[in-house]
Design a protein. Structure first.
Length: 127
């Protein structure tokens, strides 16, 4: 983003334009970088919510984008470092806001972050 105008960056962060193609996005505009329908379709990524809690280790569950439908696969880890690795491998946006949410969740014993899974990763979670 080094050579982009500050207004373009501001509009991307406000969710007004697509982060890839810079086309205007329809309202409602939510804070954070978003992709238009065409760019999402092109990337073929699945947005999944990773919820984690410390219960005899770290219990990780996955929810569909509607935050209501659980995916059948759940994982357990002994260390919080494995939860961090899971988030990074799952395409968690490594913005300051997301890193703070991840750190806060790990410190308090529960939390969640959004993942952008590839088709293969999503298929393994569903199956």
């Amino acid at each position: 983003m080094g050579s982009e105008r500050s207004s373009t960056v501001r509009h991307m962060r406000e969710g007004r334009i697509c982060a890839l193609c810079k086309e205007p996005l329809p309202p409602p505009h939510t804070i954070g970088e978003r992709l238009c329908v065409a760019c999402r379709r092109e990337r073929k990524r699945h947005r999944v919510y990773l919820s984690f809690a410390r219960v005899d280790g770290w219990c990780c569950q996955f929810l569909e984008e509607d935050l209501k439908t659980p995916l059948p696969k759940a994982l357990r880890f002994r260390s919080q470092q494995k939860v961090r690795e899971l988030a990074e491998r799952g395409g968690c946006a490594l913005t300051l806001e997301t890193l703070q949410a991840l750190n806060h969740g790990l410190e308090t014993g529960r939390g969640g972050v959004w993942l952008e899974l590839s088709e293969e990763q999503y298929r393994r979670l569903k199956g």
